[in-house]
Design a protein around this ligand. Structure first.
Ligand SMILES: Cc1cc2nc3c(=O)[nH]c(=O)nc-3n(C[C@H](O)[C@H](O)[C@H](O)COP(=O)(O)OP(=O)(O)OC[C@H]3O[C@@H](n4cnc5c(N)ncnc54)[C@H](O)[C@@H]3O)c2cc1C
Ligand SMILES: *[C@@H]1O[C@H](CO)[C@@H](O)[C@H](O)[C@H]1NC(C)=O
Ligand SMILES: *[C@@H]1O[C@H](CO)[C@@H](O)[C@H](O)[C@H]1NC(C)=O
Ligand SMILES: *[C@@H]1O[C@H](CO)[C@@H](O)[C@H](O)[C@H]1NC(C)=O
Ligand SMILES: *[C@@H]1O[C@H](CO)[C@@H](O)[C@H](O)[C@H]1NC(C)=O
Ligand SMILES: *[C@@H]1O[C@H](CO)[C@@H](O)[C@H](O)[C@H]1NC(C)=O
Ligand SMILES: *[C@@H]1O[C@H](CO)[C@@H](O)[C@H](O)[C@H]1NC(C)=O
Ligand SMILES: *[C@@H]1O[C@H](CO)[C@@H](O)[C@H](O)[C@H]1NC(C)=O
Ligand SMILES: *[C@@H]1O[C@H](CO)[C@@H](O)[C@H](O)[C@H]1NC(C)=O
Ligand SMILES: *[C@@H]1O[C@H](CO)[C@@H](O)[C@H](O)[C@H]1NC(C)=O
Ligand SMILES: *[C@@H]1O[C@H](CO)[C@@H](O)[C@H](O)[C@H]1NC(C)=O
Ligand SMILES: *[C@@H]1O[C@H](CO)[C@@H](O)[C@H](O)[C@H]1NC(C)=O
Length: 579
C-alpha cells in the first residue's frame, strides 16, 4: 500500500463526528490563546500534572525539579483537600494520565517519596488539560463556549476532580475549572433562604443555594451555622453542585430524605448555545429533568444549584458495629445483613456495610427503638468479640465530624469501581437472599474485602413520578452495592505501565444478582455493559432528545455521558479500548 492509500484508509475509518471535528479544528495559535486570555481578564492558565514538580523533565525536555514543591506533593499525595486545590490533580490518578499512550506523571502510590517513580521515568502531560480557565461567572463560560465552537478545541468541566470515569479530565481540552470560586470567598458562594421560591413557581421552601465550586465540607458547616440540615455525600471534598447532584447524589440520609436529584429545586447554568438559563420545574422543565440524574458535563455548565433543606439540626441514632471476620463469619455477617436489611430500610436506616461491620444512621427512631432494631446485628457482633456503639447524636454535622471524615474513600491511587442497585424484591424471598450471599461467598477474599454495601437508595422517600431522570431502578432498591478496586504498586518498575493494568474488573456476578436493575452512574464501572440502560433505564431516549435540543453540535461531551458518540470520539482517545 502506498502512503496515499494508507491516508485514505485511515480517513475513512474515522467516524463522521471525527471527520467533522478534524475539518473544523484550526489549531489555535499562541496569539489566539493570548486573545482569549485578554478577553478573560487574564484568568487563563497553563496546567501540568499534579506531580510534575518532582520530575527532572517534562514532555521530553529536561527541566529542574522543584524540590520544595515536590515535598509538599509527596506529603499530600493522599490528601483529598490538598488535591482539590490543584488543577492538575485528579482523585483517581489514572485520570491524570493518558492511558492509551501510557503518558503519565504520577508518583509511587505505595510510597510517594520513592524516588524511583521519577528517576529515569518521563513526566508527560497525560490527559491533563493544557489550559484552564478559573471560572468566576457565566460570562467566562460563554467566552469559552464561543472559543471552542470557533476553534474546535474541546471543552472539559472540572470541579473537585472526583469523577471515577475521569470525565472531569480531557486530553488537549480547554478546561473550565469551576472550583476556583471557592478560594476567593466560599461564603459568597453559599446562601440560605428560609422561603425560596423557584423562578416561575409559587410554593416556597427553606433552601440553600450553593455555587459550583463548593465542597460538602463547606456546605455542611454553612448549613450547621444556619441551623438547617442539608443532604449530601460521604466525603469532605466532593462538590455539592457538580457531578454529585447531576448524577444522582446519594447520602446516608437518602433512604428517608431522598437523593440529591430529589432535593434540588433549581439550577443556573450556561447551555452549550451560550445562553445563561434557569432550570427548574417551571422554567426549562425538560432541562431540569435532564439535570436531575442525566449526569454532569454534558447539558451545560452549572454555576449554582439550590436545594431544599430540613429546618433545624437533625437528631440521629447512630449504629457503629465492627468485628474481625474469618472467611466463614464474614459471610455469616453478609447473610445477617440480607435477612435484616429490608426491615432496617422500612425503619429508615441508611449507611454503609462491609464484611467487617457497619455504620448506620437513622433520623426516625428513638435510641431505644434503634437498639432493638439493631438487636440481631449487635448479638452477632458481640458473639464475635467485636465492638458495638449505638448512640444518639444531636445533628448531622456532629455525625459528619465524628464518623464521615475518618471513613472517606482513599484518594491518590488508581481505582476502578463496580456498582449494582439491589431491588427490594431480592430481600423478600429466601432464594433472593441466598443468591446474593452465594454470589459474595463465591468471590475471592480480595473481592470480599473491597465490598461496600450502601443503604442509600431513597427507599422511604416519596418521589414524584418521573421527576428525575436517573434510572428508575433507584426507586425500589434497598442497596447500592459497590466494589472499589485499588491497583497496587507491588513492583513499581514492573507495573507502572498503564497499558498492563488490569482494566476490566466487570462484576458479571454482580450483574447477575439483579439483571433487570441498574447501576449508579457516578460509582459504576468505566466499561459498564449496556450503560445507557444501566444508568438511565427507560429515560435514555428522552435524555438524548434533550441533549440534542440544547447541544445540537455536541460541543460538550464526555465518556459515557448522555450523547456520547463512542470510543472514536477524539475526546475519549485516552481511554483504553475494551478488549
Ligand atoms: C472519595 C469519594 C467519595 C464519594 N462519595 C460519594 C457519596 O457519598 N455519594 C455519592 O453520591 N457519590 C460519591 N462519590 C462519587 C461522586 O458523586 C462523583 O465522583 C462525582 O462525579 C463527583 O462530582 P464533582 O463535581 O465533585 O467531581 P468532578 O470530577 O469535578 O466532576 C464530575 C463530573 O461532573 C461534571 N461537572 C462538575 N462540575 C460541573 C458543573 N459545574 N457543571 C457541569 N458539569 C460539571 C464534570 O465535567 C464531570 O463530568 C464519591 C467519590 C469519591 C472519589
Ligand atoms: C471506531 O473505529 C474503529 C476503527 O476505525 C472501528 O473499527 C470501530 O467500529 C469504531 N467504533 C465505533 C463505536 O464507532
Ligand atoms: C494570562 O494573563 C495573565 C495576566 O496577564 C498571565 O499572568 C497569565 O500567565 C496568562 N496566561 C497564559 C496562559 O498565558
Ligand atoms: C491536607 O491539605 C490541607 C490543604 O492544604 C491542609 O490544610 C491539611 O492540613 C492537610 N491534611 C493533612 C493530614 O496533612
Ligand atoms: C464576570 O467577571 C468578570 C471579571 O471579574 C467581569 O468583568 C464581568 O463583568 C462579570 N460578568 C458578570 C455577568 O458578572
Ligand atoms: C465569539 O467569537 C467571535 C469570533 O472570535 C467574536 O467575534 C465574538 O465577539 C465572540 N463572542 C463572545 C460572546 O465572546
Ligand atoms: C428568598 O427568596 C424569596 C423568594 O424567591 C425572595 O423574594 C427573597 O429576596 C429571598 N431572600 C434572600 C435573603 O435572598
Ligand atoms: C418525564 O418527564 C420528562 C421531562 O418533563 C418528559 O420529557 C418525559 O416525556 C416524561 N416521561 C414520561 C414517561 O412521562
Ligand atoms: C433551630 O431550628 C429548630 C427547628 O426550626 C428550632 O426549633 C430551634 O429553636 C432552632 N435553634 C436555634 C439555636 O435557633
Ligand atoms: C432478627 O432476624 C430475624 C430473621 O433472622 C427476624 O425474623 C427478626 O425480625 C429480626 N429481629 C429484629 C429485632 O430485627
Ligand atoms: C471471644 O473472647 C472470649 C474470651 O476471651 C473467647 O473465649 C472466645 O473464643 C472469643 N470468641 C471469638 C469468636 O473470637
Ligand atoms: C410518604 O408518604 C406516606 C403516605 O402519605 C407517609 O405516611 C410517609 O410518612 C411518607 N414518607 C416520608 C419519608 O416522607
Amino acid at each position: 500500500m502506498t502512503p496515499t492509500t494508507n491516508l485514505f484508509v485511515s480517513l475513512f475509518s474515522l467516524s463522521l463526528l471525527q471527520v467533522i471535528q478534524t475539518l473544523q479544528s484550526t489549531t489555535p495559535t499562541t496569539l489566539d490563546w493570548t486573545a482569549l486570555n485578554k478577553t478573560l481578564g487574564g484568568r487563563l492558565y497553563t496546567a501540568r500534572p499534579f506531580a510534575s514538580p518532582c520530575f527532572p523533565d517534562f514532555d521530553g525536555l529536561s527541566v529542574p525539579r522543584i524540590e520544595a514543591n515536590c515535598e509538599v506533593i509527596e506529603d499530600n499525595y493522599f490528601n483529598a483537600t490538598f488535591r482539590s486545590t490543584q488543577f492538575g490533580s485528579f482523585m483517581t490518578t489514572q485520570w491524570e494520565s493518558c492511558m492509551s499512550t501510557d503518558s503519565q506523571c504520577t508518583l509511587d502510590s505505595s510510597d510517594p517519596s520513592d524516588f524511583l517513580a521519577w528517576t529515569d521515568l518521563p513526566c508527560d502531560q497525560g490527559s491533563v488539560a493544557p489550559y484552564y480557565i478559573d471560572v468566576q461567572n457565566y460570562t467566562d463560560v460563554q467566552i469559552a463556549l464561543n472559543f471552542s465552537s470557533n476553534t474546535g478545541v474541546p471543552l472539559s468541566i472540572k470541579n473537585s476532580g472526583h469523577d471515577y470515569f475521569g470525565r472531569s479530565s480531557m486530553v488537549g481540552s480547554l478546561a473550565l475549572w469551576v472550583m476556583i470560586l471557592r478560594h476567593i470567598n466560599v461564603y459568597s458562594q453559599l446562601s440560605f433562604n428560609a422561603s425560596f421560591v423557584p423562578d416561575g413557581g409559587s410554593e416556597s421552601y427553606p433552601a440553600m443555594t450553593i455555587g459550583a465550586g463548593v465542597p460538602w465540607a463547606d456546605a455542611y458547616a454553612f448549613a450547621d451555622s444556619n441551623n438547617v440540615t442539608i443532604v449530601g455525600g460521604y466525603a469532605e471534598t466532593v462538590g455539592a453542585s457538580g457531578g454529585w447532584v447531576m448524577g444522582g447524589g446519594h447520602s446516608v440520609l437518602s433512604p428517608v430524605l431522598g437523593l440529591g436529584i430529589d432535593r434540588v429545586l433549581e439550577f443556573k447554568l450556561v447551555t452549550p448555545d451560550g445562553e445563561y438559563r434557569t432550570a427548574n420545574a417551571y422554567t426549562n422543565p425538560d432541562l431540569f429533568w435532564a439535570l436531575r440524574g442525566g449526569g454532569g458535563g454534558t447539558f451545560g455548565v452549572v454555576l449554582e444549584s439550590t436545594s431544599v433543606v430540613e429546618p433545624g439540626a437533625m437528631t440521629l441514632q447512630v449504629a457503629s458495629l465492627s468485628f474481625d471476620p474469618t472467611s466463614e463469619t464474614g459471610i455469616q455477617f453478609i447473610q445477617l445483613l440480607t435477612e435484616n436489611s429490608l426491615q432496617w430500610a422500612q425503619q429508615g436506616w441508611g449507611g454503609h456495610f462491609t464484611i467487617n461491620g457497619l455504620i448506620l444512621v437513622n433520623p426516625l427512631l428513638t435510641l431505644e427503638e434503634a437498639q432493638s432494631s439493631m438487636q440481631n446485628a449487635t448479638e452477632f457482633i458481640q458473639s464475635q468479640n467485636g465492638t458495638v456503639t449505638i448512640e444518639t447524636l444531636p445533628s448531622w454535622y456532629e455525625f459528619y465530624v465524628k464518623y464521615v471524615i475518618s471513613y472517606q474513600s482513599t484518594v491518590g491511587l488508581e481505582a476502578t469501581l463496580a456498582s449494582r442497585l439491589i431491588p427490594s424484591s431480592l430481600f423478600e424471598t429466601e432464594d433472593g437472599r441466598n443468591t446474593f450471599v452465594q454470589a459474595i461467598a463465591d468471590m475471592p477474599a480480595a473481592a470480599q474485602d473491597i465490598l461496600t454495601i450502601t443503604a442509600v437508595a431513597p427507599f422511604l422517600f416519596n418521589a414524584t413520578a418521573n421527576s428525575t431522570s436517573a434510572t428508575p431502578a433507584w426507586r425500589d432498591s434497598v442497596w447500592h452495592v459497590s466494589f472499589l478496586f485499588y491497583r497496587e504498586f507491588l513492583s513499581l518498575r514492573k507495573t507502572k505501565s498503564l497499558l498492563s493494568r488490569p482494566q476490566i474488573i466487570i462484576p458479571k456476578p454482580l450483574i447477575s444478582i439483579a439483571p433487570d436493575s441498574g447501576a449508579y452512574m457516578n460509582e459504576a464501572n468505566v466499561y459498564e455493559p449496556n450503560y445507557e440502560q444501566a444508568f438511565w433505564g427507560e429515560n435514555y431516549p428522552q435524555l438524548l432528545a434533550i441533549k440534542e435540543k440544547y447541544d445540537p453540535s455536541g460541543l460538550l461531551g464526555c465518556w459515557r455521558c448522555v450523547g456520547w458518540t463512542g470510543v472514536n470520539d477524539t475526546r475519549s482517545q485516552c481511554y483504553l479500548p475494551l478488549n
